[in-house]
Write a protein that binds this ligand. Structure first.
Ligand SMILES: [Zn+2]
Length: 158
C-alpha cells in the first residue's frame, strides 16, 4: 500500500498540468486496490463546462474504468477541498475515502463551509483525510493567482 503522500503527489502533477493550460491548478486521482484508475485536472476554462472540476472528471473516468457508477472501495485524492458539486458527487457515487490537500474556506463543502461528505443525515458517508501535502497544494494555487494578478497589472499599465 502506497502512502497518501505518494498519491497526492500524482494529483499535484495533474494540478501542474492544469496550470500549464491556464487553468486553476487543481488535480485529482482515484485509487482502487492500490492502483490508479483515474487521473484528471481542472478543465473548466478549456471545456467551458461548469462540471469540469478535477475530481469530478476523475470520478467520471473511474466509473468508466470500472463499468459502474458505484465507486465503492475507491479513494479520491484531490489537491483542494471539494466544492458543493463534487462533495455531492462523492456521496452519490459512494466513494469510500476522500483525501484532500488544501482547505477551501470560501467554497469547500467537505468540512469548511459545510460537511456534506460526513453528514450523518446522508445515506452514504465518505471517510476523510485532510491536509495531505497541504502546503504544496496551497502554494501551487497561490503562485497561480499571484502570477495572474501580476499579468493583469502589467497589461493594464501598458
Ligand atoms: Zn468541484
Amino acid at each position: 500500500m502506497r502512502s497518501h503522500e505518494y498519491y497526492m503527489s500524482l494529483a499535484l502533477d495533474e494540478a501542474y498540468q492544469a496550470a500549464q493550460k491556464g487553468e486553476v491548478p487543481i488535480g485529482a486521482v482515484v485509487v482502487k486496490d492500490d492502483q490508479v484508475i483515474a487521473r484528471a485536472h481542472n478543465l473548466r476554462e478549456t471545456l467551458q463546462l461548469p462540471t469540469a472540476h478535477a475530481e469530478h472528471l476523475a470520478m467520471e473516468q473511474a466509473a468508466e474504468a470500472l463499468g459502474t457508477w458505484r465507486l465503492e472501495g475507491c479513494t479520491l485524492y484531490v489537491t483542494l477541498e471539494p466544492c458543493v458539486m463534487c462533495s455531492g458527487t462523492i456521496v452519490m457515487s459512494r466513494v469510500e475515502q476522500v483525501v484532500y490537500g488544501a482547505e477551501d474556506p470560501k467554497g469547500g463543502c467537505s468540512g469548511s463551509l459545510m460537511n456534506l461528505i460526513e453528514d450523518p443525515q446522508m445515506n452514504h458517508r465518505a471517510k476523510v483525510v485532510r491536509g495531505v501535502l497541504a502546503y504544496s497544494c496551497g502554494q501551487q494555487l497561490k503562485i497561480f493567482f499571484k502570477t495572474l494578478r501580476q499579468r493583469k497589472k502589467e497589461s493594464a499599465s501598458q
